[in-house]
Design a binder for this molecule. Structure first.
Ligand code: ZN
Length: 136
């Protein structure tokens, strides 16, 4: 069962460029930029209250985010729900016949275990499950 929204993922062409609105206009603070090699993306988090805005930039034309940007342009890409145990939730959803992008959890940015629900199963909203495994 998700306990809260963990972050909102926003697809961007360039993190530094896109972050300006959030830092200079809204006054948020940009956290460190991290590369997620197997997704071929760089991500940066902007904490706000209990949640974070996640800016996602492709590092290769092969990246799913590059394909997303090509099709849709920059904008909201996914909503991430925080769960205690990604594996358990994935198993439960699969048991309920929910179509998943990820059949099992994989490593996300910043010490997390993540899995994506297929947008066809969630009304067109790409939905991420995220379990925080690191220190905070
Ligand atoms: Zn995310």
């Amino acid at each position: 069962m998700p306990s809260q929204i963990n972050h909102i993922g926003i697809a961007v062409h360039d993190i530094e460029e896109a972050a300006k609105f959030y830092t200079e206009q809204l006054g948020l603070t940009l956290g460190g930029v991290e590369e997620v090699v197997d997704q071929k993306v760089k991500v940066a988090f902007l904490p706000i209250g209990e949640i974070r805005i996640e800016l996602i930039q492709p590092t290769s034309p092969e990246s799913p985010i590059a394909k997303y940007l090509e099709k849709n342009g920059p904008g909201i890409h996914h909503i991430a729900y925080q769960v205690e145990d990604t594996g358990e939730v994935v198993e439960k959803l699969i048991g309920q016949g929910v179509r998943m992008v990820d059949q099992q959890p994989r490593k996300g940015a910043h010490d997390t275990l993540i899995a994506f629900v297929h947008p066809k199963a969630s009304g067109g909203v790409l939905t991420e499950l995220v379990q925080e495994t690191g220190e905070h």
